[in-house]
Design a protein. Sequence first.
Length: 752
Amino acid sequence: MTALGVAGYWLLVLAGGLVAVGLVPVAWRLEERLALGAIVGLVGSTVVAYGAALLWGVGPATGLLGGAGVAGLGLAAAAWGRVDLLDPWRRHRAALRGGWGRPQRWGRLALTAGLGLALLGLFSRALMHGPGGTIQSGYASVWADWSVHATYASSFRYGHNLPPMDSLLAGTPLRYPLLVDFQPALLMSLGQGLLGALIVPSWLLSWAALVVIGSLAARVTRSQLAAVLTLTLVLFGGGIGFVQLYPDSCRDLGRSLPPVAARQLTGRCTLADVGSAGAVLQTLAHLPQELTHLPRSYDGEPGTAPPLPDLQWWEPLLVYWLPQRDFVYGMAMLAAVALGFFVALTERRRGPALGAGVIGGLIPLFNVFGWVAAVVCLAGWALTTRWWRGLLALGLPLVLIGLPRTLYVGLGPHGQVGGPYGTNLFPALALGWMGNSGVTCTGAQAAAGSGCHALYVSGATVAEMARYVAGTLSKGGVWVHVVAFWLENTGIFGPLSLLAVAAALGARRLPPAWRWLVPAPWSVRFTLPAWLLFLLGNTVVTQPWIWDNTKILQDWYLLAALPVAGLLAAACRQPGWRVVGGVGVASLVLSGALSLARALPGQGAPPGGAAAPTSIRWAGPTELAVARAVRRATPARAIFLTEGQPNDPVSTLAGRSLVLGYVGWLWSYGEPLAGVVRAVDTMWAGCPSRAPCVATRLLRRYHVGYIEVEPGNYNGVRPNLAWLRSMRFPVLVDRGGYIIYDVSRLSQRPRP
């Protein structure tokens, strides 16, 4: 039943998506139709299944109902509108039979297949079974982020978390994009393991997103080479931190040599004196141990001087596509919106715009940032296109469907000043973003004359915000810092964007020899609204962690990359400019490519030195056994007091709710944590003898049924083991350092 159920799920999902795409009478290319079908099917079936699960819970029938529901509704709509759903497929078959000799079609299909295989290789290492019954992750970023995705997915599957509450902070609403992790729960209900339930949809959606992005680039720029370059920029684009490559590699290699030889080698570790060619090749073969952590997009060894003051742009594949499942959904759906509206705009047909609007309206259920990006682009397209019927067809469903969920998220907690883990208040005005980062002030601090680089909106008056904006803009040094920041983090990307705009505006004045600079007709007009996203990302901090603005800036980079790729492709086609174009592409992607290369297995071990780990342990036999025992012996909605480790088996594998989960996530969500942190500390402290027992009262107040003592020390927790033993609570689990006490009887005991 497991294999048949999972296969049936995917057949229904893809069939439903292809039927829905077929309702829009557009001559999609074959790869476009398949990719859009995957996106629409996965999104639509999850929404339908979620509605059914609210009535009947998560189970095999619910999982299959999602795809079947989308397919059934699509077939009914096709019958009502007399749409021949098979006609496009007859056209595809005829085109393939008559066009096998066309290199362009072969190229597109090869690119589509190549993307799928490359992504499959990368995602297969996201989570994998290792020796000794362990589960391991091949990427540190996935180890961290997929723990939260596993937590929410397991809470839906095993914790019966419907209507959804935040299982990391029991008793609070779930404002995280819930359907991202509800979808794996559907697969798990059909017998799919947790690893496959997370990996396969992430891989499929990433592939579909990139196919749609490439297709959008090819249509907008009218160049297949530009489409390939767009994908290259989206996956590897970064700053100019690669200038420190040789010194970092040289120092890393020097660690494995005898002291005298190491001093001789590292003494030449400068760009001005790189030593022999052999030394260069030897060091490049052993990249540094750290490449992808702040504050540099290309990281050197800890403690070394950074090549530039503030590099913040991470490698997109490692930091977004692989670990952030909500980012993948948002990027895929935003790309589908952009492609649908571009086709509608150029063909003056409202059907594709309406379909794009419906997909866009569902984005907040999967990724709020993607919906914000779509709305900002809608406003920009209203300024650059003025096609009001199409804009209404796109905008009405986009806003009407998406606004309620966005308001629900936006009206939630917005952090606190001076919390137990630092201030996580948001939003804030931050002109220049991290190019002008420093002290963030409250309104009172700003009024008192504190030196403020940013200003919290909460509590600040309009006059205080106006003074902050005027004062910041009047400082000439801010402008210099911001421009330098973006040159460091994106290289020549910004200047090339400006060049594309200038060439489009001055096309008539360019001499014939320079006409190759002029972008395709829609290349600039269609992508210009993306710069409103750039302005937003450099003006307002949308989350407690200022760096999270990159989630908006990645959407800017996606659309703004189209004219940049078109310009580079045009340069590569000019005999006298090919070298310049190639160097330009290399300068934009070298940092990202190096970061990715360092993350692959077998990299980073200098001769004689310790090998870099090829994977990180995520769970082992002990954690799996603990999770099985918890699922078997505790109620689905039981609440646990834990120490809050990210990959706690009680939450990630058993799906139980926690009084307080990993605070790093909850802090970044803007949850005010002071009260619950004090309560948790009191509960862990237990009760001294001959004193009123506050701990037991708090355990009852927070409905704690079980206490888990973990083998590590997380969040500085000091469990009072003596008190726990003295209370003679039944021990549910005692294995590998994990001890779980059943304290559910406290709710029946009178207060001491």
